[in-house]
Design a protein around this ligand. Structure first.
Ligand code: BJW
Length: 231
């Protein structure tokens, strides 16, 4: 069994972290062009840093929930057979005990120098005048992937999708590419594809089955059923 799991903001919703596109989500409060594009950052770095500083504080105060913990349990029970790809920039999978996590949209808790590419643990509060510890230039930014930028570790993800026998998308609306295309790739390669979400997503027809409900309920139950199949 080779299982690829894609998670989105919905898995962290019950830990108190906001989703993007649900009613009351981040994109109803902020203009994504202003806070999640390189052009927005160039126009107003103070605003963008304030947006991510607040989210970093929320993330630090949040704790992993039963869905994060269930995925860590799955990885521990099936060593070498689980690839966890998350679009989330929070660190709740790692704090729940998952080891092999691909954070394709980066990490809130890391800083990146836009000039020299150096990465380091982000301070709680970042500002446009912060200097890179390696090259000393004031070109620091959150190490997250904005619209128009290329997500991380796409080669590793493509290789995992190529060998997948099972694919699960958890708590993601399927509206952002390239992650929205993963189900099609996995399915083309013969994987059994399931969606776990509060509601059917825009991509629902691409999946063989749905598990509808809050992640803290449907994810542990799905993990139990996979392990009962013999792993
Ligand atoms: C629950 C729940 C509970 C709630 N239990 N479920 C035109 C057409 C097609 C594509 C494009 C286009 N124009 C531009 C593009 C490409 C663009 C794109 O996709 N745009 C779309 C808006 C159309 N994509 C990009 O630019 C990407 N780069 C790219 O394509 O590069 C080219 C390239 C790729 C590959 C190889 C080579 C070249 C980059 C995308 C970067 C996205 N960045 C963000 C911000 C990151 C930093 C941050 O966090 O601030 O990533 S945007 C935001 O959306 C964030 C998320 O990771 C991402 C996905 O959101 P997610 O996780 O799905 O959240 P929601 O809120 O949408 O959904 C929540 C779901 O949870 C819902 O379904 C709920 O029902 C559910 N839920 N509570 C279970 N308790």
């Amino acid at each position: 069994m080779q299982i690829v799991i894609l998670t989105g903001a919905g898995i962290s919703a019950e830990s108190g972290l906001g989703t993007f596109r649900d009613a009351g989500g981040l994109w109803s409060q902020y203009d994504l062009e202003e806070v999640a594009t390189p052009e927005g950052f160039a126009r107003n770095p103070d605003l963008v840093h304030a947006f991510y500083n607040a989210r970093r504080a929320n993330c630090a105060a949040a704790t992993p929930n039963a869905a994060h913990r269930a995925l860590a349990r799955l990885e521990a029970a099936l060593p070498g057979q689980v690839t966890l790809v998350t679009q989330n920039v929070d660190d709740l999978h790692a704090r729940a005990g998952s080891r092999a996590v691909i954070q394709m949209h980066g990490a809130l808790m890391r800083a990146l120098c836009a000039e020299c590419g150096h990465r380091w643990p982000a301070p709680a509060t970042m500002s446009p005048t912060d200097r890179c510890p390696a090259c000393r230039r004031a070109a620091t930014r959150p190490d997250v992937v904005w619209f128009g930028e290329i997500p991380y570790r796409m080669d590793d993800i493509a290789a995992a999708l190529d060998r997948a026998t099972h694919f699960a998308a958890i708590g993601t609306s399927g509206q952002v590419w390239p992650a929205a295309g993963f189900v099609k790739s996995a399915r083309r390669n013969g994987a059994h594809c399931v969606e776990l979400n509060l509601e059917r997503s825009d991509l629902a027809a691409m999946f063989h089955a749905q598990h509808i409900g809050p992640a803290t309920e449907v994810v542990p139950a799905w993990v139990d059923s996979l392990l009962a199949q013999g792993g």
